[in-house]
Design a protein around this ligand. Structure first.
Ligand SMILES: Cc1ncc(COP(=O)(O)O)c(C=O)c1O
Length: 364
């Protein structure tokens, strides 16, 4: 099938670009002795997770138990749930998975440790637990080394769980590389304090799990880090362009849309709005717009209804004809993919593969 034969809106992945991204980060991690554990929330597609493992990833990361179940069912046998699991139901589902899959979980509370220990014991399995440390993003994570040691000790005293190290997420470093350096210093100070306090307490961290896409190629600068969990590196998106950690030629994923109306002066309307792109904002840029129109940056993707994308074409030379198709790089690839049942892998103009987004909508 040719791209021109696909109905729209459709999520398109340029396989050459994706394979280049896949290889480049795998090579970086190998060269710097870092384990790669990609976050598969970005694509939610088991075949892509397998491709990442074939390129040297040691396992995968997920946020949701439902994602872990989909990936485990496809034979992936080493999964980190980088999300606090605090309810008996979710702990039980993970314990069931742990019968055939190595399951690690990050957490920042005694409550989470206790519920995981209880369910693991009932099921006769073991979990590896990572204490999440807040290194500046202020989302989750214990706030200092004392709290990290206390939680690690709690874990060490519970049955069927063991303390294997720490986890952190530098989500506040979605900024240009020159601004990242100033943020890196306090992150490393926090890591140094935490790792040495754990050492002193006799609870050394075997695993130090960090990483993100904006910081992917400076992962080795994070003190003590043993593994990284980038997700978006595979595709990149407009937020990665805004942070200047990717170029347009590194963006593998775009949404193919059709112009459905040009009746209003200065406007072209496309057949994708918030139900196609998600409403995630341009966080690394000026906050405006919902995607980049690669072939015509003068045109801005200004607003969205659910099923209408509003393009402001008033500054463009180009005339947008009804039925014409264009490609748009979304603000945030992860939330865009989660809106779609299928993703089309293309090489040049040929559709080479169609992937089901098997973990789409797995929110529980
Ligand atoms: C805990 C955690 N680890 C890893 C990632 C992946 O990082 P990125 O989205 O920068 O690829 C995320 C993304 O939100 C995350 O929340």
């Amino acid at each position: 099938v040719d791209i021109d034969e696909l109905d729209t809106p459709a999520v398109i992945v340029d396989l050459d670009v994706m394979e280049k991204n896949l290889t480049r980060l795998a090579t970086y991690c190998r060269e710097h002795n870092l384990n790669l554990r990609p976050h598969t929330k970005t694509h939610k597609i088991p075949a892509l997770a397998c491709m990442q493992l074939e390129h040297g990833a040691i396992g995968i990361t997920v946020a949701k138990v439902g994602e872990a179940e989909v990936m485990a069912a496809c034979g992936i046998n080493d999964i980190l749930v980088a999300y606090p699991i605090v309810t008996p139901e979710k702990a039980l589902r993970l314990a069931a998975l742990a019968e055939r899959t190595q399951i690690s979980i990050s957490l920042d509370s005694t409550e989470a440790a206790e519920v995981l220990s209880k369910r693991a014991r009932e099921q006769g399995v073991n979990f590896s637990l990572l204490v999440e440390v807040d290194i500046g993003f202020h989302r989750c994570g214990v706030s200092d080394e004392k709290a990290a040691v206390t939680l690690a000790k709690t874990i060490a005293n519970l049955k069927n769980v063991h303390f294997s190290g720490i986890m952190f997420y530098p989500g506040h470093m979605l900024v240009k590389p020159e601004s990242q350096s100033a943020l890196l210093r306090p992150v490393n100070e926090s890591l140094d304090r935490t790792l040495s306090a754990l050492d002193r307490a006799g609870l050394s961290a075997r695993v130090v799990s960090g990483g993100s896409t904006p910081t992917a190629y400076r992962s080795r600068e994070f003190h003590g880090v043993t593994e990284v969990r980038p997700g978006m590196y595979l595709f990149n998106d407009r937020n990665m362009l805004g942070a200047e950690v990717a170029r347009v030629s590194d963006c593998a994923l775009s949404v193919l849309v059709t112009v459905v109306s040009n009746a209003v002066s200065g406007r072209a309307i496309i057949d994708g709005g918030s139900k196609t792109f998600s409403s995630d904002r341009f966080l690394s840029g000026d906050g405006t717009g919902f995607g980049l129109i690669e072939e015509d940056p003068q045109t801005t993707f200004e607003a969205m209804s659910e099923e209408h994308g509003h393009l402001n074409v008033s500054r463009s030379e180009r005339r947008y004809r009804i039925g014409e198709r264009i490609r748009i790089i979304p603000n945030h690839v992860c939330t865009t993919v989660n809106m779609h049942h299928q993703v089309y892998g293309v090489r040049g103009n040929r559709v080479e593969v169609v992937w089901e987004v098997a973990a789409q909508g797995k929110l529980q």
